[in-house]
Design a protein around this ligand. Structure first.
Ligand code: PLP
Length: 358
């Protein structure tokens, strides 16, 4: 494996004093991980260097045709002084799936993990200490060849940047309001909905803006063909508890395969719950609601872990779920997953990777 060089900054920044007020994605650490790809040479020169703006040719292909992919995960500081990652191998496996869809050359997943660990170790003092805070990690790849013809780029940059983040739920686990999007669609089978790529977010901005105007925090996407089957929420997968059965839309080519989603399925099954991955229509959810059998609805994703849904609007119909409170399965999952992630509890083998002592 190529050695990962480290160049430390000569001008470290002041770390934020008020960790509880950090919010998300506005402060960046002192360094970044970088690796280049050039045709004929492959991926080369993995290194940790001082955080700095990139120099890009204005014709760089990522700026024109959206050939980019990304990942998102967190480093956690445990109470007993360790810096931990949650299932990072899954992120690099998924990054390679996204790469495959976007014609980006595959990465050596082991080298990426070594690079991530070295980077996090360099930045370990940036992992915040306050409860429920973490260091958000953003691996991403951009196409850099200066060329205006539409084709796969011959050069790329792989980077990892890091941003200390405050507690997601500053005011407790409040259920969110979402509505079923009936005008726009996010992805169709055969498109790139299963890839973590910028275009899937660009396409969602319009409906995000309209949702906010109506005082909803997110939208629930339906399938792009029949507009009947539930797909996912903005940056979260979605689960329903219907008459005691835990149900989530199956991975179908247009949904992003969330690592939190997978962990929720595995955790609940290991505890004896029945978790079904299948097609779920919005009509079925609405019928379950009318029958008094829609017990819980929650989203899953790295940022929020578990996000209870308290109100679901479909056309003129407003479904109030759980009386404004988080449901028992949602609360249980939140407690279990966060306890594993922050190292308070030992999870299933291989879920937590220790980077270093903190
Ligand atoms: C990242 C993402 C998710 C959640 O995935 P996790 O691995 O659980 O963080 C869900 N949907 C979309 C569209 C995403 O980009």
């Amino acid at each position: 494996m190529e050695t990962i060089k480290v160049e430390l900054t000569a001008a470290p920044k002041q770390k934020p004093a008020d960790e509880a007020a950090l919010g998300f994605g506005s402060v960046y650490t002192d360094h970044m991980f970088v690796m280049n790809y050039d045709e004929g040479q492959g991926w080369h020169d993995p290194r940790v260097v001082p955080y700095a703006p990139l120099s890009l040719d204005p014709a760089a292909m990522c700026l024109h045709y959206g050939q980019t992919v990304f990942e998102g995960l967190k480093a956690y500081r445990s109470a007993d002084g360790r810096i931990l990652l949650f299932r990072p191998e899954e992120n690099f496996a998924r990054l390679n799936l996204s790469n495959e869809r976007l014609c980006i050359p595959p990465l050596d997943e082991k080298l990426c993990l070594e690079g991530l660990k070295k980077f996090v170790e360099v930045e370990k003092d940036w992992v915040p200490h306050a409860k429920d805070t973490s260091l958000y990690l953003r691996p991403f790849i951009i196409a850099t060849q200066p060329h205006l013809g539409v084709s796969a780029s011959t050069s790329y940059l792989f980077l990892i940047i890091a941003s200390p983040s405050g507690p997601y739920y500053a005011e407790g686990l409040n259920p969110v309001k979402i509505y079923v999007e009936t005008n726009y669609v996010r992805a169709v089978k055969g498109g790139m909905g299963m890839a973590k790529t910028g275009g899937n977010y660009a396409v969602s901005l319009k409906s995000q803006v309209e949702a906010h105007e109506q005082n909803y925090s997110q939208v629930l996407w339906l399938d792009g063909v029949e507009r009947r089957y539930i797909e996912e929420v903005g940056a979260m997968n979605i689960f329903f508890v219907i008459d005691g059965e835990v149900v989530t839309p199956m991975i179908n080519g247009s949904i992003l395969s969330g690592i939190t989603r997978k962990s929720v399925c595995e955790l609940l099954r290991s505890e004896g719950y029945t978790v079904t991955e299948r097609r779920v229509s919005i009509q079925e959810v609405s019928d379950a609601y009318d029958a008094g059998k829609l017990n819980e609805v929650f989203g899953t994703g790295t940022a929020a872990v578990i996000s209870p849904v308290g109100q679901l609007k479909w056309g003129d119909k407003i479904m109030e779920i759980g009386g404004g409170k988080i449901g028992p399965i949602s609360q249980h999952l939140y407690n279990e997953l966060t306890a594993i992630q922050w190292g308070e509890k030992t999870g299933p083998a291989g879920w937590v990777t220790e980077v270093c002592k903190g």
